[in-house]
Design a protein around this ligand. Structure first.
Ligand SMILES: [Zn+2]
Length: 391
């Protein structure tokens, strides 16, 4: 990686570390965090910046988003991926997974190939794409949510192998319903290849979900949304993912997909080290309120939500800066906890916690500065100060 400036000092910041907030400076060298706290005087060839008391936080990592500003990962176009990556960065995201959604098989493969060709490069002015999040096609009919029923497919190891081949190394997370026939074999197949398996859009009983976790599921996709409800006699998939410490629970913390009391409950049950805040942002995020036509479906954007004609939610218009704010204001998380749920936990979900996700010596200097309202002012990727593009 090429860095124009090797040393960066950010002075006078409130630094959000993994567990606390410390006032001081941060030094980055060669794109990585070299020291923080008190950093001695300026040396030659150092870019220095006064943060003016803003919060300095690790950049957010969005595991699950599909699009924004009228474009979708499923477009299979480089320009769409760049629009998403720029929009993400303007909200403090420095790393994200590109999320697919249910589609005809060929379109799926084309989207996987497009992201795979594009994702690894270094680009100016946009968040890093960390790979693919495959959400689609392997869901229960009852809990498919906004996914088109025509595209649901049976699970098979062969088909999963084809997807992994098309995505050579880029596929990081695969979503599936653990109650589908053949799920255990597919989960083991993915896990052996280092792919994270997330339980999603599922009507699984508690036993079926637990069998999935035992086979290797470590993540729960937009927990509560697209899942069988909790029942005192049949705790179902929610009973399993909320109580099993092997599972990191994604949460769409917009206050609509999950009522504030549910955010509070999740935080109490899972704790801040097992909740990953996600945006689940879709292509209508950032567009004016109103009705939009997609094939034979009408989708309405309004009042902070995106809904199908029957009122079902169809993705969100959330961004991670707002999600962090909501976890503090709606669920009573501390700021370091809320930031952790948007940075270190998602990094850990992907096995990237030694490289990124928190302010710690040796990690990539993917950093953001924001004010007390979590309004993002500056973004640094690999210690390089990026120009923010307002959406
Ligand atoms: Zn979904």
């Amino acid at each position: 990686m090429d860095h124009a400036i090797d040393r960066l000092i950010i002075r006078n910041a409130r630094i959000i570390t993994e567990n606390s907030i410390v006032e001081g400076d941060l030094l980055a060298e060669g794109g990585r965090i070299a020291a923080f706290g008190a950093v001695p005087g300026k040396a030659e060839g150092t870019e220095e910046l006064d943060a003016g008391g803003l919060f300095l936080s690790p950049g957010f990592i969005d595991l699950h988003n599909h699009g924004r500003l009228g474009v979708n990962v499923m477009d299979g176009k480089e320009s769409s991926l760049e629009t998403i990556a720029r929009g993400q960065m303007s909200h403090g995201v420095t790393g994200f997974l590109a999320g697919t959604s249910s589609a005809p098989w060929d379109k799926n493969l084309a989207a996987v190939r497009a992201v795979t060709r594009w994702y690894a490069g270094e680009r100016e002015g946009m968040a890093r794409c960390l790979g693919l999040y495959l959400e689609g096609n392997y869901f229960s009919m009852e809990k498919r949510g906004a996914h088109n029923p025509d595209y649901l497919r049976p699970l098979s190891v062969e088909e999963m192998g084809e997807l992994l081949e098309a995505g050579s190394g880029a596929v990081k997370v695969v979503c599936l319903s653990p109650e589908l026939p053949g799920a255990a074999a597919v989960i083991r197949f993915l896990k052996e290849r280092g792919v994270v398996v997330a339980a999603a859009h599922s009507n699984a009983t508690y036993r079926e979900a637990l069998a999935g976790i035992n086979a290797g599921i470590t993540q729960s996709t937009h927990t509560f949304n697209g899942m069988r409800g909790l029942d005192q006699h049949e705790p179902g998939i929610l009973g399993a993912v909320l109580t099993d410490d092997r599972v990191i629970c994604e949460a769409i913390a917009d206050g609509i997909h999950l009522a504030p009391a549910i955010l509070d409950m999740m935080l109490k049950l899972k704790g801040p080290d097992r909740i990953a805040l996600i945006s689940d942002s879709v292509e209508l995020n950032g567009l004016p309120e109103g009705q939009y036509r997609f094939g034979d479906r009408t989708i309405t954007v309004g009042a902070g939500a995106i809904r199908l004609e029957d009122g079902r939610l169809a993705g969100s218009c959330l961004s991670l800066d707002i999600a962090v704010w909501n976890m503090v204001t709606l669920a009573g998380a501390s700021l370091p906890q809320a930031v952790r749920m948007a940075s270190l936990v998602p990094a850990r979900a992907l096995g990237l916690q030694d490289e990124r996700g928190s302010i710690a010596v040796g990690k990539e200097a993917d950093l953001i500065l924001f004010d007390g309202d979590i309004s993002v002012k500056e973004v640094f990727i690999g210690a390089k100060r990026e120009k923010k593009h307002e959406p």
